[in-house]
Design a protein around this ligand. Structure first.
Ligand code: ATP
Ligand code: CA
Ligand code: CA
Length: 393
């Protein structure tokens, strides 16, 4: 919805949401750093910190130009621990989300949620529905048990869950990892579910400079899929299989495989056409690189790799033999089939529910999703991963 060019979500301008988020996260991270670190206890998952931000400011909070609001931070100690596990320093989190501006990005999805990206490209802030936020809260203990057992995952990395309350609106926000660093132009990106029903991007989406396409578009553009050398293929499929099993165990459905494709040959062609790019802050670029779908995240070793390929990127080829860099991850995992009726009974009933429909539907979804990725999206190259002779220019 738009009103004098400003996006409005739940009667609140995106500008107000953005500023409140920055103030709220800044306050919460600051307060937390004053407390000593300790092991996470079960009750930490359910603790909610609430802070009142009057427009005029208070002893603890700065003044601001919006209406009075309350900011809730869910499970702050637990999320601090997870950020630590993901290698995110408190100071980096603070700089990226509270000190530097964040900007709104368009959402090709249908849900109407807002997306913001931090200036350094590391974090995405997404508004989520009430039931998704409640689900994430309930999911945290189980989700992170999985993370401990299997840190090499392509599931979203959740860094925080918040609620901004102003007037009568409650706007819930998650902070997660950005899978598509802007440093590499994604010539095309796909949001894939393994379904064919209504899985074609709209005309208006397709006319964008960096459109998000869907399953039917993929099958049309890549009828032969994308080729991975067999080590990479095995690692990717192994990781996705494990992740999908976890999602199925929570009766989660409707998630997507996000696939960003940077075509090296095309970017060389494009660069020849246009003037050379200006150099940017190298330190920040380096920080971007160590991010998103890291190669280590899918159990690969980097030895024998002569090509200067940036960390965190998956090498592949299209059927013309052009070299590609892939950015991948599983997104939008907060819809659970069992959720609606089981939520109020908490985490245990999510696991022990005997309802057969809520077992079958998610397992059907999971199988179709995985089959599509392993049979249609990726092809396993028969040849050994060939050490590249040429250096990337
Ligand atoms: P819907 O429920 O209608 O599918 P949504 O509002 O829940 O949409 P998502 O499905 O989470 O939104 O994401 C929509 C799009 O936003 C994705 O197709 C992708 O292009 C982009 N996106 C989402 N999460 C990320 C992420 N972590 N990194 C980069 N891009 C993302
Ligand atoms: Ca989605
Ligand atoms: Ca969604």
């Amino acid at each position: 919805i738009k009103e004098d060019g400003q996006k409005v979500y739940k009667k609140t301008t995106s500008q107000a949401i953005m500023s409140a988020t920055q103030l709220g996260i800044g306050f919460s991270v600051g307060r937390l750093s004053a407390k000593p670190e300790r092991d996470v206890l079960m009750q930490d998952f359910y603790f909610v910190e609430k802070v009142w931000f009057p427009s005029d400011g208070s002893r603890e909070t700065p003044s601001h130009k919006f209406d009075n609001f309350r900011f809730k931070c869910y499970a702050p100690a637990a999320f601090r621990y997870f950020r630590d596990l993901f290698g995110i320093e408190p100071s980096d989190f603070l700089i990226s989300l509270a000190n530097e501006p964040i900007k709104e990005i368009g959402n090709p999805g249908a849900s109407g949620s807002l997306f913001f990206v931090s200036n350094d490209d590391m974090f995405i802030v997404k508004t989520v529905q009430h039931k998704e936020a409640t689900f994430l809260q309930q999911l945290l203990p189980g989700y992170y048990m999985n993370l401990h057992q299997n840190p090499r995952t392509l599931l979203p990395k959740f860094f925080g869950l918040y609620c901004y309350q102003a007037g009568t609106s409650n706007i819930r926000l998650t902070v997660m990892n950005n899978l598509l660093p802007s440093k590499y132009k994604c010539h095309v990106k796909f949001d894939l579910k393994g379904s064919t029903y209504k899985r074609k991007a709209s005309k208006s989406e397709r006319s964008k400079s960096s459109p998000t396409l869907k399953d039917l578009d993929f099958s049309q553009i890549y009828p032969n899929g994308i080729t991975l050398d067999h080590e990479t293929y095995d690692a990717v499929i192994k990781t996705i299989s494990r992740d999908v099993r976890v999602l199925e165990s929570f009766s989660i459905m409707d998630y997507s495989f996000l696939l960003g494709i940077h075509n090296i040959e095309q970017s060389v062609r494009d660069r020849k056409m246009s003037s050379p790019q200006t150099h940017r802050n190298p330190e920040r670029e380096a920080r971007k690189n160590e991010f998103s779908a890291k190669l280590e995240a899918i159990q690969l070793s980097n030895e024998n790799e002569e090509e200067v390929r940036p960390a965190g990127v998956i090498p592949a080829k299209n059927d013309k033999g052009e070299r590609l860099y892939l950015f991948i991850g599983i997104i939008d995992i907060l819809q659970s089939y069992r959720l609606a009726k089981k939520m109020e009974h908490g985490f245990k009933s999510m696991l022990t529910d005997g309802d057969t429909v809520s077992v079958h539907k998610p397992s059907f979804y999971a199988k179709r999703f995985l089959d599509f990725i392993k049979d249609n999206v990726f092809k396993r190259s028969a040849v050994q991963r060939q050490p590249t002779k040429r250096r990337a220019k």
